[in-house]
Design a protein around this ligand. Sequence first.
Ligand code: PMP
Length: 360
Amino acid sequence: PSPVRAALETVQPYKSGMTLAEAGRRAGRSDFSKLASNENLLGPSPKVAEAVMAAMAHPEIYPDPYSETLRNALATSLAVDPARIVVSPGSEGLIDYLFRAVIAPGETILLSTPTFPAYEIFGRCAEATIIDVPRLANFDLDVEAFKVEAAKGPKLLVLCTPNNPTGNALTGVDIGEILAVTPRSTVVFVDEAYREYHEAFNTFALLEAWGGPWVSARTFSKAYGLAGLRVGYGVASSAELVGYLDRLRPPFNVTAASQAAALAALADVEHLERTVALTIAERGRVETALAALGIEHTRSHANFVFLKTPAGPEATSERLLQEGLIIRPTPVAGGWVRITIGRPADNDRLIAALPAALAH
Ligand code: PMP
């Protein structure tokens, strides 16, 4: 007999993008452009390194279990009560807390694939029933079909915008229409990991106007360039909901170095704006190259492109790996890969390698 709960038998562990070490073993080189995990290769604010060193003066002391200073800074920047903010080791941590807090066995999670696999993984671990409304052919959310399911009152409703891995974004109108039919007994979770690349609407205002329980997830892993330090956060509809998450959140969940890094990154608005603008401009350059090759791709609003490769995802990924580029093959029907936008030199290298890598 298995030593674990039966629910775990149905879960496939999360498979992350290839690491530099693995790529090195596979391709026998070390000069990779790592374009598989939607990191910001332009890096964080230069102020981060100093802040981390200062925070590490006393590694013998536990970090602040409530990330008070960081929550206060976030509260000021977002104009919300700090008691409505919870900090986590990446937004993955937040997904874990929320799903465990909200889902009892057999309850339902409404989502729309292809999307970030963590929802299904944490959902299955919590013994949820997953209701999937597949995306349209262009990978936009099928708003009408989604509304039909939302109106039935799932326990948890997940909206990822911009969506990983497809890059598609919702409009404020889409979200308003979905919320208008969603009962206030449903918990709405909006994953905004890529928000800094596409600030299309005031999420909090839309959710507050709806009036049920909600959490918006954000992260320092993407635009802020701190994926290695693991800091994310959620803004919730109420301090009470954050209080429930605190019951199952490990007390010292975010290291002192990570809290300090996030605080420094948050303060450097100019650096954030500059790197986001450069990434969006570079995305345009990669999209122009794809169009010139006649390659179908989605309208991405994030720091990556999602494209259909005539060679198939595995062959394209392998060919690019041999050229020193790590990208992400996906299981999406039709043969799609996701490629992160890197530094200009990484993107030059990608554009040069694409014709041979995509050729049937
Ligand atoms: N949400 C989405 C949509 C993502 O793409 C990712 C990272 N791939 C995450 C959450 C989790 O990122 P992190 O835990 O680093 O914040």
